[in-house]
Each structure stands twice: as structure tokens, then as C-alpha cells.
Design a protein around this ligand. Structure first.
Ligand SMILES: Cc1cc2nc3c(=O)[nH]c(=O)nc-3n(C[C@H](O)[C@H](O)[C@H](O)COP(=O)(O)OP(=O)(O)OC[C@H]3O[C@@H](n4cnc5c(N)ncnc54)[C@H](O)[C@@H]3O)c2cc1C
Ligand code: SF4
Length: 453
């Protein structure tokens, strides 16, 4: 089996018997703390209760009505710090025997129910009576899809403008396929398309005032959800280094037909990944899967400060990744042909806590060392493109060029223009983007209702 075969499919989910067994453990909490801890109001307390009483179609309805990307969230949500963290079943009690004090596997049940709906071709939504109002949505990631679906459910004409050739945002061009495969994405997208949402792919809205002009072009409202697709880099501006990738370039290459090319670059080689978050984990795990001889993770803080999920960190350790903590790369070493040879690194120690509450790394003087590497991947965060403010010059942004939007409505500083997802929050989660899309769709409907009066 070739290394790239490992990329083709994500791990199987649970089956009906396992889902029922999990639902049978649910305590049917009156206050459903699981539901309170779902950022997109997917209502696990309700769908698990329905499943427990064998109302499977009702359970599927609850998920899809609340969260059009319920399948994606079931697979990708860090449930251990969301719904499952709050689950009452995880707390010890005299009524529960030893070993029963673990959370209900809410994410796995959610994924099962959505996959079950596809297997049985069960449709939750009827097509709505069409309305005349048109809404333009910029970006087909989770925020754009969620907003478009909410609008289309009520008959509004929702058109998504997407810069990439295919819709899905990070779900298609970011997350590695062994965590979330295209087959799954296509089915979830089919649910959105069935509602009547229109997609205009290969259509970036990035000209001067491009996003604002949509209002003049006959759209009654606009929802901005372009995510964050420019990568931060440690290299000097405009310097091209062969073998140095941003996480955006590297992960996108794995997803858009260049898997073999990347395998040739990585297999048998030394790969260094810079960063400590979930994106860095996707990069190291995929490099290990592609057959890298050694994978180094270089992170300037320590283990406890790493933003990645515990499960991801454990999996990276099991894959044999070398964790080089308390180390800060300061420069790249290249040969005469500008090909990467390694990194110059300074050791760090932790100082006082910074604004994020994490202890700040301080470089230790005279501690420089070098690490040889054939491939380096920078996973140190993404930002809005520098020229993005020209696409919406009257929309207020903060110092990081994130759009300022009312958290209760998604409304920006321009009437009729709403925003959500990573472009207002900074790097966040699929489930947060879904909720932003829902909030904005509700506010857009209210705004369009007032226009009519
Ligand atoms: C590698 C990676 C792995 C992740 N893993 C997880 C995970 O496991 N679980 C989780 O919950 N979250 C994860 N996240 C975070 C999550 O994917 C994001 O928070 C979420 O996708 C944000 O959704 P969005 O709709 O705001 O933007 P995006 O998903 O970024 O989608 C934005 C879309 O807008 C398009 N676009 C950009 N500019 C324009 C323009 N000018 N005109 C038209 N279209 C444009 C882009 O091409 C893109 O398709 C991950 C993120 C990354 C990068
Ligand atoms: S918190 Fe846990 S036990 Fe209570 S309703 Fe939700 S899933 Fe069931």
C-alpha cells in the first residue's frame, strides 16, 4: 500500500447499535448541559433523547434544522471541550458504577445520525416557496454555507461567491482528508444545494469595493465570510525558499490533486513544522503519513500552552513526532539555489502571562542552535489579506483587519452588510462559523422585512 492510500478515507464512524448503546447511557438531563455547551445550538440533549426513544428521523431533524453542517461538526468538533465537557454522565455518582462515569459520545452519535440520513436518503427539508429577495454571500466555508442554508430554507435567493474552484472553504482545502474526506463533504454540500442555494465558484469578490458593489448589483443584503487565507511567515518578505511552505499551501496541495507531488517532497525526508495548534498537528500527522523519516514540531512555548487538542497531541506523539518545545526559529538556512537546508533556532523560557493568559516565551541569549531539515512548514496562523480592506472600504475593521460585526446580528458598520466566521473572530471553529451564519441569516431576514415595510 502506498503512503497516499492512507489519505483516501477518514476513519469509520459508529453504527446504529453503538449509537443506541450510547444513547441508552444518557441521563436525559432536564437542563441538558450538553445543549447549553453547543456553540451552534445543535441541541444534543434533544436529539439524543429522541434517539433513545427510537425516534431516529426526529433526531436527524433536530440536528439538521439546527445545524446544516451537523455531520461536519459531528466529525470535527473538539467535543471534549464543548458538549461532552458539560455532559452530566462524565461526573461520578453513587448511582453510576465505576467506569460508567464518562461523557456520552455526542459527536459520534451526531455523525452517525447524519450518515444514517444519507444512507436512507431521508430528506429533512421541503423546498420553500421562492421569495424575491436576493442575498449575496462571499465565501463558501461553514459560515457562508450556514447563512445561505438558513436563508434558502425560507425561500430567500442565496448566491454564494467563492474564490476557489469548489465550495467548502477549509473543509475542502484545509483539513486533511483522513480527518474529513471529500465524499462526506459532498454529501453535506448536497444538503445545502438541495435547498436551492446557488454557487458561483472561481468568482473571487476582491476588486476595489467589490463586496460593497454587490448591493448596487441588485443584492438586497451581503454576508461576508471569506475566512482567513493569508499565512503569517517568519521569512523575509518576497524571498522565495524552495522547500518552505505555509500550512495553507501545504495542506491545500494535499487536497487539490498534488498529493503525489507532496509525497515525493516529504517521503524519507526530515520535515520541521513550526507551531503548536491544530493546524500544525494536521501538518505533522500528514507528513508522518506521507512517510517522512523524521518529523520535528518546533514550538516556542511549552506543552501546557499548546493550543492543539489533547487527542491530536497524543496522536502526534504516537506517530513518533519529535517535540522541540521552548524553541523559537529565528531564520532559515538555504543553499546557493535558495533551497531550504535547515533552521536557526533560539531556546526560550517562559516569562509572565501575556494578554491571552499564556506565559510568554522569552528568548535565552546565546542559545542558538541549528536543525537540518529538507522541508519546513510554517503553521503559525492565518490572517486576512492585506488588500482585503479595499474590497469593503466602508466596513470597519480592527488592527488585525478582522471585520467588526455586532455579535448579536453580524451587522457591520455598513447597512445591509453582515459578516461572520473567522473574518470576524480570528481563527476559530467550524461550529462557531455555523452559528455566525445562523445569527446573520436571522438578522438579514429581519433587515429585509423592515425594507419591505
Ligand atoms: C487546517 C485547518 C484545520 C482545521 N481543523 C478544524 C477542526 O478539526 N475542527 C474545527 O472545528 N475547526 C477546524 N478548523 C477551523 C475551521 O475550519 C474554521 O474556523 C472555519 O472553516 C471558518 O469558517 P469560515 O466560513 O469563516 O471560513 P473558511 O472555511 O475559511 O471559508 C472561507 C471561504 O471564502 C473563500 N474566499 C476567501 N476570499 C474570498 C473572496 N474574496 N471572494 C470569494 N470567496 C472568498 C475561501 O476560498 C473559502 O472557501 C481548522 C482550520 C484549518 C485552517
Ligand atoms: S448532558 Fe449528557 S447525560 Fe445529560 S442529556 Fe446531555 S448527553 Fe445526556
Amino acid at each position: 500500500m502506498s503512503n497516499i492510500d492512507n489519505f483516501k478515507q477518514m476513519k469509520k464512524g459508529i453504527d446504529l447499535a453503538q449509537a443506541m448503546a450510547e444513547a441508552d447511557r444518557c441521563l436525559l438531563c432536564h437542563d441538558a448541559p450538553c445543549s447549553q455547551n453547543c456553540p451552534a445550538d445543535t441541541e444534543p440533549g434533544v436529539f439524543i433523547r429522541k434517539l433513545r426513544f427510537k425516534n431516529i428521523t426526529g433526531a436527524i431533524r433536530t440536528i439538521k434544522q439546527n445545524n446544516i453542517l451537523g455531520g461536519a461538526c459531528g466529525v470535527l468538533c473538539p467535543t471534549a471541550r464543548l458538549c461532552e465537557k458539560a455532559c452530566s454522565a462524565r461526573f461520578k455518582s453513587s448511582a453510576r458504577p465505576e467506569g460508567a462515569d464518562r461523557p456520552i459520545q455526542i459527536g459520534k452519535i451526531q455523525r452517525f445520525l447524519i450518515e444514517h440520513s444519507w444512507e436512507r436518503d431521508f430528506k429533512v427539508f421541503e423546498k420553500a416557496e421562492p421569495r424575491s429577495e436576493k442575498v449575496a454571500i462571499v465565501g463558501s466555508g461553514p459560515a457562508g454555507l450556514s447563512c445561505a442554508a438558513e436563508l434558502a430554507k425560507d425561500g430567500y435567493q442565496a448566491t454564494i461567491f467563492e474564490a476557489h474552484p469548489e465550495p467548502g472553504g477549509v473543509l475542502r482545502y484545509g483539513v486533511v482528508s483522513f480527518r474529513f474526506d471529500l465524499n462526506f463533504l459532498e454529501k453535506e454540500l448536497a444538503d445545502v444545494k438541495a435547498l436551492g442555494v446557488q454557487f458561483k465558484c472561481n468568482t473571487p469578490i476582491n476588486g476595489p469595493e467589490g463586496a460593497e458593489k454587490l448591493l448596487e448589483e441588485g443584492y438586497n443584503a451581503v454576508f461576508l465570510a471569506p475566512g482567513l487565507w493569508d499565512a503569517f511567515s517568519l521569512k523575509s518578505e518576497n524571498k522565495n525558499i524552495d522547500g518552505l511552505f505555509s500550512s495553507v499551501e501545504y495542506l491545500e496541495a494535499l487536497r487539490n490533486g498534488r498529493l503525489l507531488e507532496m509525497e515525493n517532497k516529504v517521503c524519507g525526508k526530515t520535515v520541521a513544522v513550526i507551531g503548536g495548534g491544530s493546524v500544525a498537528m494536521d501538518c505533522i500527522e500528514s507528513a508522518a503519513e506521507l512517510g517522512a523519516q523524521d518529523v520535528y514540531l518546533i514550538y516556542r512555548r511549552s506543552y501546557l500552552q499548546m493550543p492543539a487538542e489533547t487527542e491530536e497531541l497524543n496522536s502526534a506523539m504516537q506517530a513518533g513526532v519529535h517535540f522541540m518545545l521552548l524553541n523559537q526559529p529565528v531564520d532559515y538556512i538555504t543553499d546557493d539555489a535558495d533551497r531550504i537546508k535547515g533552521l536557526q533556532i533560539m531556546r526560550t523560557r517562559l516569562g509572565e502571562a501575556d494578554d491571552s493568559g499564556r506565559r510568554k516565551p522569552e528568548i535565552i541569549p546565546d542559545s542558538q542552535w541549528t536543525l537540518d531539515a529538507d522541508v519546513v512548514i510554517e503553521a503559525i496562523g492565518n490572517k486576512a489579506p492585506d488588500d482585503s480592506t479595499q474590497w469593503w472600504p466602508h466596513v470597519k475593521v480592527d488592527a488585525k483587519k478582522l471585520i467588526k460585526a455586532d455579535p448579536l446580528t453580524g451587522l457591520t458598520s455598513v447597512q445591509g452588510i453582515f459578516a461572520g466566521g473567522d473574518i470576524i473572530r480570528g481563527p476559530a471553529l467550524v461550529v462557531n462559523a455555523v452559528q455566525d451564519g445562523k445569527i446573520a441569516a436571522k438578522a438579514i431576514k429581519a433587515y429585509l422585512g423592515k425594507q419591505e415595510e
